[in-house]
Design a protein around this ligand. Structure first.
Ligand SMILES: C[S@@+](CC[C@H](N)C(=O)[O-])C[C@H]1O[C@@H](n2cnc3c(N)ncnc32)[C@H](O)[C@@H]1O
Length: 304
């Protein structure tokens, strides 16, 4: 495995999930009783030219200015094609791929790459245009989880993943879920004085699956507002470490086990995302193996 240190946060993230997919296939090599699915809920277009309106530029625009984009590369192979390239490893292959994206053009581009480079696997690939939250819910409800195991990657730009989806995936007791949690996006929505517009607060509720983040990250200010005597004011107390621990604790309420967390930072060290794995299979053997691999991989992400 190449070292994560010298690469962009985006590539480190993709390396981490790809390495896990390989290890997952090795672990499942002789488990012939089950079908193996790979589910990419934010599949993207397959490959990115990073300098022109690319995935990395769009994501970093969400979090900051052009200076944060200095460490981009020219070209990046995305998660969907990385999952498909495990086909060449001679280990067990995924039996089915689900690639979901809201953007029809992205999916068409991805489909072209798959046809050109992985023609032999094309019959196993399903391209689904739509919102990850509803499309994965349909998928989860249509599967016999006694006979299926799935590796799921949730790779949103921002706060698109709803808690209901996380819970549905955890309830399968059969999915390993890599979740790219939007640390930067959350920090942005949490105003320092606690005066958060209703629409933003609702998004945070949906993301965390609870309104408990208000008590967790805000404390009443000792000073009352000068102009509104009767209105309590609040101070934000939400360092990255606490947000990261909070989302890990939240995931631990629904998953059998949750990995350590990798914090992905931009070139200036500002936290953009947290990457972590939720394991829904409660078997001790399954959780131990999954966590051993995942924790080793995320450790690499946290190195400066
Ligand atoms: C960060 S990119 C994913 C990149 C991809 N995993 C890769 O490695 O190339 C996010 C993708 O999610 C898509 N997207 C945004 N909101 C979505 C949603 N609610 N459901 C499904 N896809 C969505 C965007 O069109 C975009 O292609």
């Amino acid at each position: 495995m190449r070292k994560f240190g010298s690469r962009t946060w985006s590539e480190s993230k993709l390396d981490c999930v790809e390495e896990y997919a390989r290890a997952y296939l090795r672990v499942m090599q002789n488990q012939n009783w089950c079908r193996l699915d790979y589910v990419d809920a934010f599949a993207g277009r397959g490959k990115q030219t990073l300098k022109s309106g690319s995935i990395l530029s769009e994501a970093e625009e969400f979090f900051g200015g052009p200076s944060e984009r200095e460490d981009t590369e020219d070209f990046l192979i995305g998660s969907a094609l990385r999952a498909l390239r495990t086909e060449k490893d001679g280990i067990r292959c995924f039996d089915r791929y689900l690639f979901v994206d809201t953007d029809k053009t992205c999916l068409e581009q991805l489909e072209t790459h798959v046809r050109q480079e992985y023609q032999y696997a094309n019959h196993k690939v399903n391209f689904i245009c739509g919102n990850a939250n509803s499309k994965l819910r349909e998928y989860v409800r249509g599967i016999d989880w006694e006979k299926t195991r799935a590796l799921v990657f949730l790779d949103p730009y921002g706060l698109e993943v709803g808690w209901n989806l996380i819970k549905e995936l955890a309830d399968t007791r059969a999915c390993d879920v890599w979740y790219l949690f939007p640390l930067g996006g959350v920090t942005r929505l949490m105003a320092n004085d606690g005066q958060i517009p209703d629409a933003w607060a609702t998004r945070l509720d949906q993301l965390f699956g609870t309104g408990g983040w208000r008590q967790e990250f805000y404390r009443p200010s000792a000073q009352r507002s000068l102009f509104s005597e009767d209105k309590a004011t609040f101070l934000k107390d939400a360092p990255t470490k606490r947000i990261v621990e909070y989302i890990r604790d939240r995931l631990a309420t629904v998953f059998a086990a949750v990995s350590d967390i990798g914090v992905l930072r931009n070139s200036k060290g500002a936290p953009l995302f947290a990457l972590l794995l939720g394991v829904s299979n409660p078997s001790r053997a399954a959780t131990e193996k999954a966590l051993r691999i995942a924790n080793h991989l995320v450790k690499g992400l946290n190195q400066p």
